[in-house]
Design a binder for this molecule. Structure first.
Ligand SMILES: Cc1ncc(COP(=O)(O)O)c(C=O)c1O
Length: 458
């Protein structure tokens, strides 16, 4: 496959990209002297760039997205067939793939009931925030409109999603933000804020303290990632979720789980929250829903939430929201085929087995490299936090963490790191290979990291 790539001269593509494209999350100054990387082709776990260099992708398209791997012809075929039959009609009407995917999805989510389609994770989360505000106005007489989010969590890139951002470097310089969003403390035990036995319970109790400070009557929603992604791959401590659920019930606060990263298999369950027995009121998802073969996001609610929008005595008594491209049929048809692949190929089982292998390998690396201070993970969603000193836990210098990522890239292995997230704490390496990863793929990723750590940290 890559023979064609190397023989085809794509220098005009690189030149056009360099001259005209504004890349995401990228400082462009270096492109005055070097060329941007242009990705051209993918198959399974592997990718080729415009120069023909081959990569093993340890982060599923860079940002935890391509869960079933590249080059899936069955998804492409399903999308093509649907597009020639009907590509689009506004989401005020139904579609065949929209109805069928919603049905299949809800079968994987006991307790949930309704699916609202849009295009991105940010947008899916904003739908929840709008629903909660409308419920506050309609049901609680204008109260319960405040929304809690957690330090280190991320919920998207729009101004309101950034109002709910627990990663200061993502939000800095983009204010002023939408009012009514309040931060609660993170739950990363490695960076514990309290010296207690039962850290999980204590971290959840900190949420209750914020609720009592702000007034339970003002707070409508608690929005959390099941496992924090870009804020450092933070798996919740023992007992945390159970206490969170109790607190939400006690103060009549709805619970929104942002599954944009964890959703549809990444953690070895269909959804991250299902690892912890949580009963949410809202679940949002995007990246892995169609593995990046089409743009789709879902805001999923309980029937109880849905019922609150059925008051036809009021002309404004329904959810007055539209996402134009939420009516594209390519999203749900790709998502349906993506779901079939995960089931038929037993990819949840593979995720659990390969995730265990990845954790084992990372722990072995920890014995060889003092710079690894902590290793965390759930399924194929793992992180290694790098420190300058294990005893003091002083974070490793961000530039050297980036040098590890660059060294792996030079070896042809793509890994990630926490990036422009928390000042001084962009020090966690991230690993999220596709759910199809084999033992050899996992070993190749950690072998590359082993070499890179040796070269960068000595
Ligand atoms: C947990 C989480 N929520 C929401 C988003 C936003 O998704 P999108 O970039 O599709 O808007 C992201 C993106 O990385 C994310 O990690």
């Amino acid at each position: 496959m890559n023979k064609n790539l190397t023989s085809n001269d794509l220098s005009h593509v690189i030149a056009a990209d360099k001259a005209r494209v504004w890349h995401h999350l990228t400082q462009h100054k270096p492109f005055e002297s070097i060329d941007p990387r242009v990705m051209v082709e993918g198959k399974g776990m592997r990718l080729w760039d415009a120069l023909g260099k081959e990569f093993l992708d340890g982060v599923s398209g860079g940002v935890w997205t391509v869960n079933v791997g590249y080059g899936r012809e069955s998804i492409a075929d399903a999308v093509r067939d649907q597009l020639v039959k009907l590509n689009y009609f506004a989401g005020s009407a139904g579609s065949i793939p929209g109805a069928l995917f919603a049905q299949s999805l809800i079968e994987k989510m006991p307790g949930m009931s309704r699916v609202y389609y849009a295009n991105s994770g940010s947008e899916a989360n904003e739908k929840v925030f709008k629903m909660v505000r409308q419920i506050g106005h309609r049901v609680h007489g204008g109260r319960k409109t405040k929304i809690l989010y957690r330090e280190r969590d991320y919920h998207g890139t729009t101004i309101t999603a950034l109002a709910a951002c627990g990663q200061p470097q993502r939000a800095q310089q983009y204010g002023p933000f939408t009012p009514g969003f309040i931060e609660v403390p993170h739950c990363l035990e490695y960076r514990a804020q309290w010296d207690v036995e039962d850290y999980g319970r204590r971290a959840a109790d900190a949420i209750e303290e914020v609720i009592l400070r702000e007034g339970p009557d003002e707070i409508g929603l608690l929005c959390l990632e099941p496992v924090t992604a870009g804020g450092g791959v933070i798996t919740p401590p023992e007992g945390y979720w159970q206490r969170v659920q109790e607190i939400c019930a006690k103060y009549d606060i709805m619970l929104h789980i942002d599954e944009v990263v964890c959703g549809v298999g990444r953690t070895g369950e269909w959804f991250g929250y299902q690892n912890y027995g949580v009963k949410p009121d809202f679940v949002t998802m995007a990246k892995g829903v169609a593995s990046g073969y089409a743009a789709i996001s879902c805001t999923v609610t309980t029937e109880a939430v849905f019922e609150m929008f059925k008051d036809d005595s009021d002309p404004l008594g329904y959810f007055r929201d539209i996402s134009t491209f939420g009516g594209c049929t390519s999203g749900p048809v790709a998502a349906l085929e993506n779901l079939r692949i995960i089931e038929d190929e037993n990819l949840l089982d593979n995720t659990n087995r390969m995730g265990a292998r990845m954790m084992e390998n990372l722990h072995a690396l920890m014995e060889r490299h003092a710079v690894i201070g902590d290793v965390r993970g759930k399924g194929l969603f793992c992180g290694a936090e790098l420190v300058a000193d294990r005893a003091s836990k002083e974070p490793a210098d961000e530039k050297r963490v980036a040098a590890v990522v660059a060294d792996c890239m030079a070896q042809g292995v793509i890994i990630g790191m926490t990036n422009r997230s928390l000042p001084g704490f962009n020090n966690t390496l991230c690993f999220s290979p596709a759910l199809i990863a084999t033992p050899d793929d996992i070993d190749a990723i950690t072998t590359a990291v082993d070499g890179a750590l040796g070269r960068v940290f000595g």
